[in-house]
Write a protein that binds this ligand. Sequence first.
Ligand code: MN
Length: 254
Amino acid sequence: MAPEPIAELAAPPSWRSVDLLSDLHLQPAEPATFEAWRRYLAASDADAIVILGDLFEAWPGDDAAQEPGFAADCAAVLREAAARRPLYFMHGNRDFLVGHAFAQATGVRLLDDPTRLDLAGQRWLLSHGDALCLGDTEYLRFRAQVRAPGWQHAFLLRPLAERQAVAQSLRTQSEERKRSGATYADVDAAEALAWLEAAGADTLVHGHTHRPGEHALDARHRRIVLSDWDLAARPPRAEVLRLSGAGARRMPLA
Ligand code: MN
C-alpha cells in the first residue's frame, strides 16, 4: 500500500538537473568509496543532489558525528556540499536512524519515502526500495519495528557504545546471510505500480537491491534501479543517475 498522502518535492524552474545516488554503504574500512563520493560532491554541477538511502553502512545515532572519527568526516563533507546546493537524504535500511539533529548540523534536508519529484514537467517517484520488497517478510517485520518512533526513542537512550555494538552485530548477521547464499526478494512489480498510480508518476527510481537496471511495469510505467558504490570491487562501481528535462541518464564515475 502506498503511503498517503505521497510527499512532493517541486523543483523550482531554475533547476536543470537533479542527481540521484544510493547504496554507498560508507564505512571506515572502504576509504576509496568515501573518497570517490567526496570528490563527486565537490565537483558536481547538479542543481540538487538526492541520496536515496544507505549512504552509511551503519548509523548508530546522530551523536556518533559529534566525536572525531568517520561519522564526523562524513558530516563535514555533507555540510560543505549542502552549503553549495540543496542536498536531500532519504533513509535506507542501514541508516534509518539519521535524525533531525544530523540534518540540522549538516544542512541536509530529509525526505519521506517515497517522495514525488516534479522536475521540468516530469514526475519521478523516489524511494529507497526496501518497503517494496514484499517477499522479504522477515525484514519487513524488522523494518516496522525499527521505524516506530517509540522504538527509536528508547534505542537512542542507550549509550552510544552499546548502539554501535548492536549495529555491528546486525552487519555481521547480514554478512552471514549473504555468505549463506540466501536469495533476496526484489521489488514487487504490482506494489511498485500501485505506488506510481497513487503518486501520479510514470517512473519509479530506487536503490536497495544493488541490481541496477530498468524494468517496464506496463505500457506506461517503469522503474529504474540505481547502482550501489564499491570502489574496491573489480571493476569498481560508482554511478549517479542524472534527471533533467531530457529524461534519466546514468553517469559512471568509476
Ligand atoms: Mn538498502
